[in-house]
Write a protein that binds this ligand. Structure first.
Ligand code: DGL
Length: 266
């Protein structure tokens, strides 16, 4: 029987994008065992209703809890926006999302106290980042925009071509007349389009994503609860559909992945 300390950390996302968060956790906490679940059968979450996102998120977390994880990281921004509170109420183990850490990083980085947020339709309509930012500093002004096509572009591997550039120009035009100095990539998939987004926004706007700060928050939490593992860490990856496609895309975007990909039903 493995001790609580050496139990794995569960991470879930609607699909592939959350691997950026898993990767950051792997760098920050190399001794921890990680179990990643991508709900590829039902991606995207960002276009769905609050009830559906909550139900899917509960099922993902249930799967991870059955694997006896010691903590759950909700790597999906949309799921964090709609399901984090309910997940925290339902499970005894710690559950953290990506919004708080991302908002904290942005608030720290913005000298002008003016922050842009781009995400899925669901994340933007929830105003979860707006609320998180103004609860950190009520003087911060927030402008936000849903950029739903970015998810499909990332899934298609069109992360740096003329279609991606045209979509970025169109979606981000409104930000250029606003004096923001930080733009939050409030969606797991958007870091894959970082170069195109940065090219469009120019050097004066810093892009912030939640991956690293979420990994740091997780580290703080494990230390606080005395749950840091001394290793060695293992890696498992599960998806709800098309494991071979997931593996190919993951390798294309993120380089070698640390485990084979297994299909599961939730
Ligand atoms: N994982 C989602 C997010 O971070 C993006 C993809 C989707 O819509 O499911 O909001």
């Amino acid at each position: 029987m493995i001790s609580d300390k050496d139990a794995p950390i569960g991470i879930f996302d609607s699909g592939i994008g959350g691997l950026t968060v898993a990767r950051a956790i792997g760098y920050t906490l190399p001794n921890e065992s990680l179990i990643y679940l991508g709900d590829t059968a039902r991606v995207p979450y960002g276009t769905k209703s609050a009830e559906t996102i909550l139900r899917y998120s509960m099922e993902c977390a249930d799967f991870l809890v059955q694997k006896r994880v010691k903590a759950v990281v909700v790597a999906c921004n949309t799921a964090s926006a709609y399901a984090l509170c309910d997940l925290q109420k339902k499970f005894k183990i710690p559950v953290i999302g990506v919004i708080e850490p991302g908002a904290r990083a942005a608030a720290r980085a913005s000298k002008m106290k003016s922050v842009g947020v781009i995400g899925t339709w669901g994340t933007i309509s929830s105003n979860a980042y707006g609320k998180a930012l103004t609860s950190i500093d009520e003087e911060i002004s927030v402008i936000s925009k849903a950029c739903p096509l970015f998810v499909s572009l990332a899934e298609e591997g069109w992360t740096d071509n003329e279609v991606a550039r045209a979509a970025a120009e169109r979606y981000l035009a409104g930000f250029k007349s606003e004096s923001i100095d930080v733009l939050i990539l409030a969606c797991t998939h958007y870091p894959l389009l970082k170069d195109v987004i940065a090219g469009c926004m120019g050097d004066n706007v810093m892009l912030v994503d939640s991956a690293e700060t979420t990994a740091n928050s997780l580290e703080d939490l494990l230390r606080e609860k005395g749950l840091v593992s001394s290793g060695p860490g293992s890696r498992e990856i599960y998806v709800t559909d098309l494991p071979a496609k997931f593996e190919t895309m993951a390798k294309r975007f993120l380089g070698p992945i640390p485990s084979c990909v297994t299909r599961v039903d939730l």
